[in-house]
Unconditional design. Structure first.
Length: 159
């Protein structure tokens, strides 16, 4: 036999090896299926995030003044400086979560007939400082000074 004949492969053996001569390989098909799953998961996540934001904005709109104005400003601060946090409602309050766990929340003064609103942080927030640190802050109004401090707290909480 000639060397040429030994190296030639029949079309039949190529088809048998690839199993799909006109389409994608099994590996390519598996990769495409994985990507389709990823795209579907991203779409569901984006819808869930949009639904959460809608719910938060509705809760904020229900608040009386001045809590509504503070909540709107806090919402802008948090979504701007911690875009990885997802808006959601938590016990009927605007909250912001990471990996499904609430990191921070806003409680209007009217919620429990308190004399001040509260910006709170859960135990998932990275605010640890030694053996003791604050996890909730009373808010009577938001000035530039408070906003700067809140920006720093939110950034630290998600770091």
């Amino acid at each position: 036999m000639s060397a040429k004949k030994e190296t030639k492969k029949s079309a039949k053996s190529i088809v048998a090896k690839n199993k799909n001569p006109k389409g994608f390989t099994e590996e390519e098909q598996a990769a495409m299926k994985e990507r389709a799953k990823e795209l579907k998961a991203e779409a569901r996540a984006n819808k869930k995030k949009a639904d959460g934001e809608k719910d938060v904005l509705e809760k904020i709109a229900e608040m009386p003044e001045p809590d509504r104005v503070m909540a709107q400003r806090l919402h802008r601060i948090i979504t701007t400086h911690a875009p990885d946090l997802w808006p959601k409602t938590w016990y009927g309050m605007p909250a912001y979560a990471k990996d499904g766990k609430v990191v921070c929340f806003f409680q209007s003064a009217q919620k429990f007939n308190a004399r001040y609103a509260t910006l709170g942080f859960s135990d998932t927030a990275n605010l640890d400082e030694g053996s003791m640190w604050p996890t909730a802050f009373a808010l009577k109004e938001l000035t530039g000074t408070e906003e700067e401090r809140i920006v720093a707290l939110v950034k630290k909480a998600v770091s």
